[in-house]
Each structure stands twice: as structure tokens, then as C-alpha cells.
Write a protein that binds this ligand. Structure first.
Ligand SMILES: NC(=O)c1ccc[n+]([C@@H]2O[C@H](COP(=O)([O-])OP(=O)(O)OC[C@H]3O[C@@H](n4cnc5c(N)ncnc54)[C@H](O)[C@@H]3O)[C@@H](O)[C@H]2O)c1
Length: 264
């Protein structure tokens, strides 16, 4: 039977790879990105339709509850009952703790934590209303944490704090939603070759007097056991498992997928 998923921030990067992988696995997928990113979202939706699956777009800023509610409504109207929410959207900023403005800090919290809470809570209410989550076919809530959710990076302090918070909040959701047959898990990528890491590379490079690509090269060469940058598809493969029936007895976890940088 077909399934449906919403993947937030899937206009590019890791979210796009997840949306395409879930389409390969038989999901109809609602592509979300921020208002204004219509053309990249439409491009991903077309790639999904070219694979023979249904797709729709729901532009929404995940930090705004009313927009997330409309996103879930659109997905259900266009694709049918919801099965899986992937709260992937996030932002990064390279700045020292003492340089952060009030706005910097609030913006990071509102997208990376409030955004995940909005997506989890609205999706969970929809799943409970549908009444079709079963022990052997649970609803799935999945969110993006990070290696910095286990060990913070200097100059990414507020970003790191949000990725720890996602892990903690996911644990509470897992405990509260178990009785509704909904599982909750996070993926924690390392150094993934996306526009977000380009931003981090250039920000850390400036602070450390290093040229373009040098910081990324250091992390990959010196700190990654498997010795290469992650591709978005490496992360999508883990998310495919967390979304699948094979992970039905896994909940409240945050699984690293970093080629061996942080060990738990
Ligand atoms: N790239 C990495 O190395 C890495 C490592 C660990 C964790 N992550 C996490 O994985 C997720 C995806 O990262 P990425 O590298 O693909 O990032 P990216 O910046 O390349 O793509 C993120 C997408 O999310 C969208 N987005 C941003 N704010 C949004 C909002 N408020 N509402 C809806 N969409 C929004 C952006 O427009 C963009 O299309 C993020 O949560 C990130 O923190 C990334």
C-alpha cells in the first residue's frame, strides 16, 4: 500500500535527497520549503512525479504554527492520510557566543526547535485523528539533529544547542506518543556536502584564517574515520530505515550517520 510523507526543507540538500529516496520507496511526498522557494520545490516535486509517485508542494515557514497547520492540511488534501513527518528544515549561523544578538539567538531557536515542535505536534494530532496507526504500522515522526547535538562546535554554539534540544524533545515525544502507536527518532549527520556546510566552511574559515574548503577538508581528513564527506544520500538511507517498518521497535533515539566522527 502507498504511504505519504512530508519532508520539510526539501527544496535542496539533505531534505531533497530524503524526499527522492522516500519516493523510490513508494511514498507520495509533500515537498516543503520557505515561501519564495517555489521554483526549487517545484523542481523536486517534478523529480518525484517522474518516478511515478504523487507529489505536492506546501510552502511554509516551519517556525510559524499556522503555516505548518496549512502545510499538513495541504498534504492530506492532495496525497491522502499522513504516515510520516520528516522535520528536516534547519538553519545554521557561524558566530561566537558573545557576539550573538537577541535576534540571532531567537531566530535559531524558532526555526530549529520551535519548527520541529510545530511539525511533530501538528503531524501527531493528524495521525491520532486518522486513527490508523497500529503497533505493526506505526506513524513515524523523524527530525534532524546533528553531530553537534552530541558534542558542540565552537562558533556554532546556538546552532549546537538547538540540535541537543531536538534530541531531548524527541525523547519526550517518543514517551508521550507511544500509546498512540507513533514512533519518534532523529538522524544526526556529520559533514554533509550541502549549501549549509558551504556556509559553515566559509564562516569557520574566515575566523580561522583558512581558505575556501580547508575547514571541511580538515574535518573529513582528520576527524572522519571513513575519510570522505557525506553525501545527502548517505543520510537519506538512514531516514529511509527510520521511516520503514524495519524500525518499528525503535523510538526515542538519535542515530548518528557521520562516517565515524562522534562515537556513542
Ligand atoms: N549539512 C550538514 O552537514 C548537516 C549536518 C548535520 C545536520 N544537518 C541538518 O540537516 C538539515 C538539512 O540540512 P542541509 O545541509 O540540507 O541544509 P540546507 O541549508 O542546504 O537546506 C535546508 C533547506 O531548508 C529550508 N529552510 C530553512 N529554513 C526553513 C524554514 N523556516 N521553513 C521551511 N524550510 C526552511 C531552506 O530554504 C533549504 O532549502 C538541517 O536541519 C541541518 O541542521 C546538516
Amino acid at each position: 500500500m502507498g504511504k505519504t510523507a512530508i519532508v520539510t526543507g526539501s527544496g535542496r540538500g539533505i531534505g531533497r535527497a530524503i524526499a527522492l529516496r522516500l519516493a523510490d520507496d513508494g511514498y507520495d511526498v509533500c515537498v516543503n520549503d520557505i515561501p519564495g522557494n517555489d521554483s526549487i520545490a517545484e523542481g523536486v516535486a517534478k523529480e518525484i512525479r517522474d518516478k511515478g509517485r504523487k507529489s505536492c508542494i506546501a510552502l511554509a515557514d516551519v517556525s510559524k504554527l499556522s503555516e505548518v497547520q496549512k502545510m499538513v492540511e495541504t498534504s492530506v488534501k492532495e496525497l491522502g492520510d499522513l504516515n510520516t513527518m520528516v522535520a528536516n528544515a534547519g538553519i545554521a549561523q557561524v558566530k561566537g557566543m558573545l557576539d550573538l544578538t537577541e535576534e540571532d539567538f531567537q531566530r535559531m531557536l524558532s526555526v530549529n526547535i520551535t519548527g520541529v515542535h510545530n511539525c511533530y505536534s501538528v503531524a501527531a494530532k493528524q495521525l491520532i485523528k486518522q486513527g490508523n496507526c497500529k503497533k505493526d504500522a506505526p506513524g513515524k515522526l523523524i527530525a534532524a539533529s546533528s553531530i553537534v547535538g552530541f558534542k558542540a562546535f565552537a562558533l556554532l554554539g546556538h546552532y549546537s544547542a538547538t540540535k541537543w534540544a531536538v534530541r531531548g524533545m524527541n525523547q519526550a515525544y517518543a514517551m508521550e506518543l507511544a500509546e498512540h502507536n507513533i514512533t519518534c527518532n532523529c538522524y544526526a549527520p556529520g559533514i554533509v556536502d550541502t549549501p549549509m556546510w558551504e556556509l559553515i566552511d566559509s564562516g569557520l574559515g574566515k575566523k580561522q584564517n583558512k581558505g575556501k574548503g580547508e575547514v571541511m577538508k580538515y574535518y573529513v581528513k582528520e576527524l572522519t574515520a571513513l575519510g570522505r564527506t557525506s553525501e545527502p544520500e548517505d543520510v537519506a538511507r538512514l531516514v529511509a530505515f527510520l521511516a520503514s517498518q524495519d524500525s518499528n521497535f525503535v523510538t526515542g533515539q538519535t542515530q548518528l550517520v557521520d562516517g565515524g566522527i562522534v562515537f556513542t
